[in-house]
Write a protein that binds this ligand. Sequence first.
Ligand code: FES
Length: 362
Amino acid sequence: MDTESYVLPVREVIRETADACSIAFDLTDEAAGKFDYKPGQFLTLAVPSEQTGLVARCYSLSSSPVSDQPLTVTVKRTVDGYASNWLCDNLKAGDTLRVLPPSGIFTPASLDVDLLLFAGGSGVTPIISIARTALANGTGKIVVFYANRDQDSVIFAEEWARLSAENPDRLIVVHWLESVQGLPTQDQLKAFAATFSTYTSFCCGPAPFMKAVSTALRELEFPRERRHQEKFVSLGGNPFGDVEEIRAAEADLAAADDADEPADDGPSFGPVKVEVELDGEDWTFEDWDGKKLLLDFLEEKGVPAPFSCREGNCSACACVVLEGDLSMKHNEVLDKADLDDGIRLTCQAQAQSETLKISFNG
Ligand code: FES
C-alpha cells in the first residue's frame, strides 16, 4: 500500500439518487499500479475548501477490482457536510482531485464463503463492491439486507435488480424501506440473520443500524471472525500535507514536550525489536525506542505502511499484533472486540513489550 497522494482525472460523475453520486476516476501513468484494491476498501479524497485549502474525506469504493469498471467511489450528501455537498454539486468530468491510494480492512479474506451483507443507506457502497467481486470471482451464496428511508433513497437499485436476475442461485437481495416497514428492529434483524447463521457477515451503515445488526449477530453467536463492521469516521487531520514537514513538526513538538516532561511519554525500556509483514514483504528492525509512534518509525525505515488521518480516527493504519503488545495514545475507531483480536492503530502505537511482531495483511 502506498502513502503518497496522486492527482487523478475525473472520468465521470454519475447521479445515483437525488442525494448520492458516484465519481469514476481515470488512472494516470504515475498512478498506475498504485490503486490496486480489495473490495470494501476506501479512498481518501482532498476536497478543495476556500477556508482551509482542502478537507480530507474517506469514501468507499463501489466498483469491483475484478471488473473493467473504472476506479469509482460513491458519495452521499450529508446534512451540512461541506465535502460531500461540494463533490455532488461541483465536480464534473475532466476535473482532477488529489487522492490517496486505497486503504481499509473491511474486506473478505475469502470470496468463496457464503456472505451475509447488511447495508444501511450509503453504507451500501463497500457492500456492492464486495458483492460484485464475490459474484465475479467467488463461489459462495450472497444474501444482502439493504435498509433505506424510502424507495427514492435506494442507491444502485437497477444494479441490484440486474445482479439478482443474473445470479438467481447465488444472490438474494432484500430491500427494507423505513417508509413502509419502519426502522428494522434488533429482533427483526435477528430473525432475518438466523437463517444464515453459518455465513460470514459484513455490515456498513449508520451507527444505530450497525449496533442493532452487531447485537443481533452476537445473540445468534456469530463468532467474532465472521462479524465485520466498517467503522467510518470523518478525518480530522490532513493526510495530504508533506510527510517530511509533518514529521519535522511532530519531532519539534515531541522535543518540546520532552523538555517539559522527560519521563512521562511511553515505555522506558530499551531498543525494541519489531518484525513487520506487509503485502508479502517482511522487515525486521532492532532499534525502535518503543516511544516514537510506530507509524513514524516505520516510515523513517522506508516501510510503505498505510495511513490516512494519523489521528486514531480512521483505522487505515491498523495492524494485527502477532507477538508482544502495543499501547495506543488515542483510539476513536477500534472497539473491545478489535482490541481483543490484537488490532492496533500504528499511527498511535507505542511499545508495550521488548519484542514485537505485527502484520498489515489483515
Ligand atoms: Fe487513521 Fe491511524 S491513520 S487511525
